[in-house]
Design a protein. Structure first.
Length: 781
């Protein structure tokens, strides 16, 4: 999915051009179009035009000026992103795990994160709803929801735009949009296409290839039909593809006790294998390998060069999404049906260790199909005393998610007489969901109202697993990884069903037309699921499903427009407890001979914090905006085979974030200048949960602390800007842009291996980039 625009979240999208006041912002956070300032929901809206003024390029850029939300690139696939809102995040993208943040594009639910790192294309707006969406968007939204709406066709005549960008690292972007009325007020079409290419900025000195490239496209076609005055049908098809050499991992840390040291020594000089037969030889190999890694980390870590010999990391992802939206206006309200189909195919081979040695390499493959339908009814009753929204939702997903991996090949072959095992995790999944919801607001007076809503969700999660180790040379089966699997085929099946009730209750008071205060409580439900990576030589316990997690949040909010609508200030505070929180834990077999990394309902956690947004129209043409967010997270209960984990950090959850942005617009005759500058800051952020299991189930603090240091993104911010000049009634624009202008370099994603490897790896952010964009519009676009 792409989006052609981007701009300040906090209200730049709300600035009326050539005006000294702020204009209304329309949102659909409650399934109907409403004024942002009139609804008791913590929501931030960015319009497509506003995003474009920020030079926001990809979907994760939405977070830059939006409080309480962060995006982190998935560890296994460069097209996917993990979204965090108010401390809630799912850090993996397996098809058996549901996200904490629901993503809806044109009202259609995207169950998987593949494609979320795409460019932004022809977007009307992006809305971020914070907190459990207990009723209206209640499925898998314990953290919140991201709603992205693309532009629909219109009947205002033939119009369109063409845009081209050239920037650093040979960045080449092209976008075209065409709006075409077919039959006056009855039928219209809109087509949009974008392509994004960029050379890599990280050089693999072994292959000579540039990594961290971009090579993607997105196309969308929409058809709008209005056969009668009260019925509308919109059909859309979207096509996305990414095929490039991905951002590589860089090696950050290798523990002194890691067998990776022996592997490095053997690969550097195969003759070193003779030392394994000599007393004390293994220790010598550890010393040799440790020296090799120390030199490599000192030379390459923190630079834009690498030496990978397991093949360059690649991403090849394709998706197709088809959506039908039907709207019918009736005498009592409106009926809407949103139905769609989405398919994803992905393959991503990765050198996970980020070193010139073959420590761990893996390949992930996904082939998934999903379809869903939702029937909504909205309206009023009792002479407008009650506003209501109700509906039925159904979802079905099928497909295969698989990965293969090889670890320590040289050491393994020497130790096993030449045999090299390859691990396969293969799951054929079927996920089904159904939900029913009803929410209403009762207006006691024009100023005071009460909100209530309930949702019932039913989930069925099935998996047929074929987890096994095979001979990497012959593909012969060595053993099944699940003890209860059928011998020979390694087939194991697990079926589970879950259900839950979510709700929203609240009181709202409109102090005056410009000030709203509210309190509410809500319960969110995230489905349980199956353990795709289950393994265990003597127990089938690792194959057991995990149950739902439940979030109960209490929120108070304040929304105000002041000084004759020159200033807008929104504030929300929350306290959230999550029970049966889903976390990756270690499971030890009954005889202690093996461990499995599985997802389980690990315990309980609490989160508190808030978000503030302010937008000020200081004088005509100049707007200053800012945001701040706090998310304090702590485990109340959390234990597994490694011990008490209550003090563990939360992955991808910064405690504080803030941003500030300025926009200035001024006309000079037929020309208009627009300038934008923003700074977005993020607190120290753990890129991985640091608890590790040492040999003999004893924790080694030195290793844990070293991994924690390596995989903590330091606090800091990035500066971005854009300066554009338009001519001829805004039909031609030339703009200069800069991203990460101060060239701040940090790791933005991380990965670690526990016993026995004890490795830490990270992925670096983009360096400073800059360029020029030329845009031509016609037909009043």
């Amino acid at each position: 999915m792409t989006i052609l625009s981007a701009a300040p979240a906090l209200g730049q999208d709300s600035v009326a051009k050539n005006s000294s006041t702020l204009e209304d912002i329309v949102v659909t956070a409650r399934k109907v179009a409403e004024n942002l300032q009139d609804i008791p929901v913590a929501v931030t809206v960015q319009t497509g035009d506003a995003l474009r003024q920020q030079s926001a390029v990809q979907v994760p850029d939405i977070a830059r000026l939006t409080p309480g939300i962060t995006f982190t690139q998935a560890s296994s696939n460069g097209s996917a992103s993990n979204i965090t809102i108010r401390g809630q995040v799912q850090t993996d993208v397996l098809a058996t795990l549901d996200p904490s943040v629901g993503v809806y594009v044109d009202g259609f639910y995207w169950a998987r994160a593949y494609g979320l790192n795409a460019n932004l294309l022809d977007i009307q707006n992006a809305q971020v709803l914070r907190g459990p969406q207990g009723t209206l968007f209640g499925r898998n939204t314990t953290g919140g929801a991201l709603l992205i709406q693309s532009n629909d066709p219109n009947y205002d005549g033939i119009s369109g735009m063409i845009s081209a960008t050239y920037g650093r690292f040979n960045e080449r972007d092209g976008t075209a949009v065409l709006n075409l009325p077919i039959v006056a007020d009855k039928a219209a079409m809109r087509a949009a296409f974008t392509v994004n290419k960029r050379d890599g900025f990280i050089k693999n000195e072994i292959t000579g290839r540039d990594l961290a490239q971009r090579d993607s496209y997105t196309g969308r076609v929409k058809l709008r039909l209005d056969p009668t005055d009260n019925f509308q049908l919109i059909l859309s098809g979207e096509f996305y593809g990414m095929k490039n050499y991905d951002r590589p991992y860089e090696l950050l840390y290798v523990a002194p006790t890691s067998p990776a040291n022996i592997e490095a020594a053997l690969e550097a000089n195969p003759a070193n294998a003779a030392l394994l037969a000599v007393p004390g030889g293994a220790a010598q190999l550890v010393g040799i390998g440790s020296g090799l890694f120390s030199n490599y980390i000192a030379t390459y870590t923190g630079t834009d060069k690498t030496r990978l010999n397991d093949g360059d990391p690649r991403v090849d992802v394709k998706s197709q999404t088809y959506v039908m939206t039907a709207n019918l206006d009736t005498f009592w309200g409106a009926l809407k049906f949103i139905g769609g189909y989405r398919t994803i195919k992905s393959i991503a081979p990765i050198d996970l260790d980020g070193s010139p040695y073959s420590i761990v390499k893996t390949t992930g493959k996904q082939d998934l199909q999903s379809y869903s339908g939702e029937l909504q009814a909205t309206g009023t009753a009792m002479n407008d005393k009650i506003d209501f929204a109700g509906g039925i939702f159904a979802f079905n997903e099928t497909g295969r998610d698989e990965s293969t991996s090889i670890a320590l090949p040289a050491l393994t072959r020497v130790s096993s007489g030449g045999l090299l095992p390859q691990t396969y995790y293969i799951g054929d999944i079927t996920n089904r969901s159904m939900g029913m919801y009803l929410q209403g607001t009762f207006h006691f007076t024009d100023a005071f109202s009460a909100l209530g809503g309930v949702r019932y969700s039913v989930e069925d999660k099935n998996i047929v697993s074929f987890n096994a180790t095979r001979n990497a040379d012959t593909d012969a089966l060595l053993r099944c990884l699940i003890a209860t699997a059928t011998p020979g085929t390694c087939r194991a099946e697990s079926k589970s069903g879950f259900d839950g009730i979510s709700y929203t209750l609240g009181l709202n008071y409109q102090i005056n037309p410009d000030v709203l205060v509210y309190i509410k409580t809500s319960k969110g439900f995230r489905s349980g699921g199956q353990n795709l990576r289950a393994a265990g030589a003597t127990t089938g316990g690792a194959f057991a499903p995990f149950g739902p997690e439940v979030a109960r949040e209490h929120e108070a909010g304040f929304k105000a427009e002041m000084f004759n609508r020159r200033v807008r200030f929104n504030l929300a505070a929350f306290y959230n407890e999550v029970k049966d929180i889903q976390r990756t834990t270690l499971l030890v077999s009954p005889d202690g001979s093996s461990t499995s990394t599985v997802v389980s309902n690990a315990g309980k956690a609490r989160f508190y914090g808030g978000e503030a947004e302010v937008t000020a129209r200081l004088f005509e043409g100049f707007t200053l905006s800012g945001t701040a967010a706090l998310s304090n997270a702590k485990y109340l209960e959390f234990a597994d085979a490694s011990g008490d984990r209550r003090d563990e950090v939360f992955q991808n959850v910064p405690e504080w974030t803030f941003s500030i942005a300025g926009d200035y617009e001024r006309s000079f005759g037929s020309a208009t200048m627009r300038a934008h500058l923003d700074y977005a800051w993020q607190d120290d952020t753990a890129l991985y949960a640091f608890r590790t299991l040492q040999t003999g189930n004893a924790l080694d603090d030195s290793i844990t602390n070293a991994v924690a240091k390596a995989l903590t993104r330091p606090a800091g911010g990035e500066l971005n800007g854009r300066l554009g000049v338009s001519f001829a009634d805004d039909t031609i624009e030339l703009a200069l842009f800069g991203r990460n202008i101060l060239n701040r370099r940090v790791d933005i994603a991380g990965l670690a291996f526990g016993a026995p490897l004890f490795l830490a790896m990270g992925k670096r952010n983009d360096p400073a980039t800059y360029g020029v964009t030329a845009t031509f519009k016609f037909g009043g676009f």
